[in-house]
Design a protein around this ligand. Structure first.
Ligand code: PRP
Ligand code: URA
Length: 209
């Protein structure tokens, strides 16, 4: 398992925007999507390609096109905030959904919805599980457990802010999964929020608090 931190000046700049407590819902949503788009560029760097014969206005030629079926699986709700940004970069991607919420007291994840495209089970599928926050790691582990049970194989986990505790838990449960993130923050606080973090990502994306 690898932890790949996207070290990019624009990613850092936009992360600062979403960490600021006074950032509006609209700007928060926009910046989350923009970071996800920048991350998609890096995540897709090694996607498999195949040769195709095409015709330019000048001649026939053999060129490359994407050989993988890309499936984006946001963990609802907050994962939804990253989908458009990734689809802008990978427009052929299909989208599945897994609904998960953390019990505020126990911090245990509870699944309430799941729906995936059939392409997820193809041999050439690459599944991007996306959620801006990897805190205790409980939601990510449960989502990936579910996807593996259904037969998904080549899975990558993509988040914006990871806590060291969540990285450790995900690594222990799914050592085959690479984690892509924009930052690994300091720690979790006593109520399971990432420090310094950005607060409750779902609420900030959708204006629910
Ligand atoms: C948040 C976040 C992750 C989860 C991370 O979701 O979007 O899914 O917490 O925490 P964990 O690593 O400790 O499991 P939340 O449960 O707040 O639901 P929401 O996205 O609907 O707001
Ligand atoms: N979920 C969030 O939205 N934020 C955190 O800091 C931890 C979990």
């Amino acid at each position: 398992m690898a932890v790949i931190v996207l070290n990019h000046s624009m990613v850092k700049h936009k992360l600062t925007n979403i960490r600021r407590k006074e950032t509006t819902t609209k700007d928060f949503y926009q910046n989350v999507n923009e970071i996800a788009g920048l991350m998609a560029y890096e995540i897709s760097r090694d996607f498999p390609l195949k040769d195709v014969e095409i015709e330019t206005p000048i001649c026939k030629t053999i060129q490359k096109e994407l050989a993988a079926e890309i499936v984006i699986v946001p963990i609802l709700r907050a994962g939804l905030g990253m989908v458009d940004g990734i689809r802008d970069m990978i427009p052929t991607a299909k989208v599945g959904f897994i609904g998960m919420y953390r019990d505020e007291k126990t911090l245990m994840p509870h699944e309430y919805f799941a729906k995936f495209p059939d392409t997820m089970l193809k041999d050439n599928a690459v599944v991007l599980v996306v959620d801006p926050m990897l805190a205790t790691g409980g939601s990510a582990v449960a989502a990936i457990d579910n996807l593996k049970k259904r037969g998904a194989k080549n899975i990558r986990f993509v988040c914006l802010v990871a806590a060291p505790e969540g990285v450790k838990t995900l690594e222990a449960a799914h050592p085959d999964i690479d984690i892509y993130c924009a930052t690994v923050d300091e720690k979790l606080n006593e109520v399971g929020y990432i420090v310094p973090g950005l607060g409750d990502c779902g609420d900030r994306l959708f204006g629910t608090k």
